[in-house]
Design a protein around this ligand. Sequence first.
Ligand code: BV8
Length: 247
Amino acid sequence: MPEVLTHVISAELRERFASAKNVLVLTGAGVSAESGVPTFRGGGKTAVWKGMPFDVVSSATMVKRDLPAVWEWFDYRRKLLQPLQPNPAHLEIARWQERFEQCTVFTQNIDGLHQKAGSRDMIELHGSIWRARCLTCHAQFEILPDEVRDDTCVDCGDRLRPDVVLFGEMLPPGAFELAADRATEGELCFVVGTSAIVYPAAGLPEIARAAGAYVCEVNPERTPLSGICDEVLTGKAGEILPLLAGV
Ligand code: BV8
């Protein structure tokens, strides 16, 4: 581990990490960047698919207007994701679930890499790219790698859609309520690899801080949340989070 980085972790954070019982972690696309997953924003650009900004093709409106186009976008991303593996940031966060009495991971990511790293007790705020859901009966079906994906629901025969939360859609029933509850119980809240622009997910660290948590951001860039954080660790999650392994 690059010695140069050890100083980034303050004595205060080391003490709080060493004594914490209940830890929260909010993650975004940045935690998967070192696994090769493209982020949505970064370097001032926004991801575009066939000329459409991602939050247009990933929207409730697009499902109504052109479901096949929405599937094409998620099929492309699933193929890209398939060979990718968790990185040291995912692995460290998974270890925290063994280390702390309670460690809740709220992720905006639909890539499943936290689970692949061994994290459980996840709150998938925006669903999963590895699931489909029926438009009518809402039955959910797993999509296995290398599997030809079904288009229709075997239960009621209607069409299937990606089981992800699209822009303009509510989060999965109870997911935000559970996350907001957990956010009020944490002593330490890590905000890892998110541009903190998309709501209601970006509101969780604010809830945690208002409830007294020490909020620590890990990101190579500043975000709208940096100003409310007690500590900002500027750098890559895969390089910074493992520094806490020795604490
Ligand atoms: C809703 C799944 C109720 C699909 C996604 C309040 C104010 C303004 C707008 C709204 C508001 N409330 C609601 C809205 C509308 C909207 C919203 O927030 N819009 C934004 C754009 C302003 N929210 C919604 O629509 C939500 N639903 O509110 O429902 C409702 C219902 C009806 C009508 C009205 C309201 C639903 C939002 C969920 C959408 N689905 N994903 C898909 O994946 O395609 S969002 C998707 O985009 C991701 O899940 C994630 O949430 C977001 C991308 O953000 P990040 O993950 O942070 O990624 P990004 O690339 O932006 O940033 C990466 C960061 O990592 C950067 O900071 C970079 O510096 C850093 N980084 C890079 N490398 C590393 C790193 N960090 C660490 N280590 C590294 N190595």
